[in-house]
Design a binder for this molecule. Structure first.
Ligand code: DX5
Length: 221
């Protein structure tokens, strides 16, 4: 099994010093930074846009930046988000009737597309486009806010994703911490998105990243 990657979500970062917090996560050895883009329509929260993606890109020039588009009609935002520096762009399968067009738009913009599934969305929703993406994000909370409780049936859903699309990298997102990380790692997750567990860890960012890595060290090659 390849090494599990840790992805820091800036949603839980101290936004009064975002650049510093991104640099802290990079220094702590995270593999990727995730920018949670929310439009207040697809989810009941309004967060970041292309300018914040560009700022995160400047703060972490050597790390992949992943934009998670929790927005309606994501295909409209894709070019600006990619131009701002996102190397991976996640499209929620529930967010547009033109899902194939949105995935192709990501590729045409020069980024790597991924699909994201809300907790209530069946794994089957992946089937038609699994061959066109490199990763799937299985939401382990209802998207919109950080600090929510991990949905306990998520590992079983991950196993079904693994069966349907064994070639895809599987990312989990929401309520991932040192307790839930082993559960999802055993079920096949290869990328762990964490906001609260990293940026609100009592020992600081580096301790938060270390705790996550230690929690899944049984999977190390
Ligand atoms: C959707 C957001 C969160 C965030 C991580 O609500 O995208 O999943 O990334 O949240 P926590 O703080 O639970 O790690």
């Amino acid at each position: 099994m390849s090494r599990i990657q840790v992805v820091a979500s800036i949603l839980a970062a101290d936004l009064t010093r975002l650049g510093e917090q991104v640099r802290e996560a990079a220094a702590a050895g995270v593999d990727r930074i995730q920018v949670d883009v929310m439009d207040g329509h697809f989810v009941p929260n309004l967060t970041f846009g292309p300018d914040v993606v560009a700022a995160v890109r400047r703060a972490a020039p050597n790390l992949p930046i992943e934009a998670h588009l929790m927005v309606e009609r994501p295909e409209v935002l894709v070019p600006a988000i990619a131009a701002a520096g996102a190397s991976h762009i996640l499209i929620q399968v529930e967010s547009t009737p033109s899902l194939y067009r949105a995935v192709i738009a990501v590729r045409e913009a020069g980024a790597e597309p991924g699909l994201a599934l809300n907790p209530g969305t069946p794994v089957e929703a992946l089937r038609e486009l699994a061959a066109h993406v490199s990763m799937v994000n299985v939401m382990t909370v209802e998207p919109g806010f950080g600090g929510q409780r991990f949905i306990p049936t998520s590992p079983e859903k991950l196993r079904r994703v693994r069966l349907l699309a064994p070639e895809l990298a599987i990312e989990v997102d929401g309520g991932i911490d040192a307790d839930t990380a082993p559960l999802v790692a055993e079920a096949g997750a290869t990328l762990l998105v964490a906001g609260t567990a990293i940026y609100r860890h009592p020992g600081g960012v580096e301790a938060g990243v270390r705790a996550l890595r230690r929690a899944v060290s049984f999977t190390a090659p």
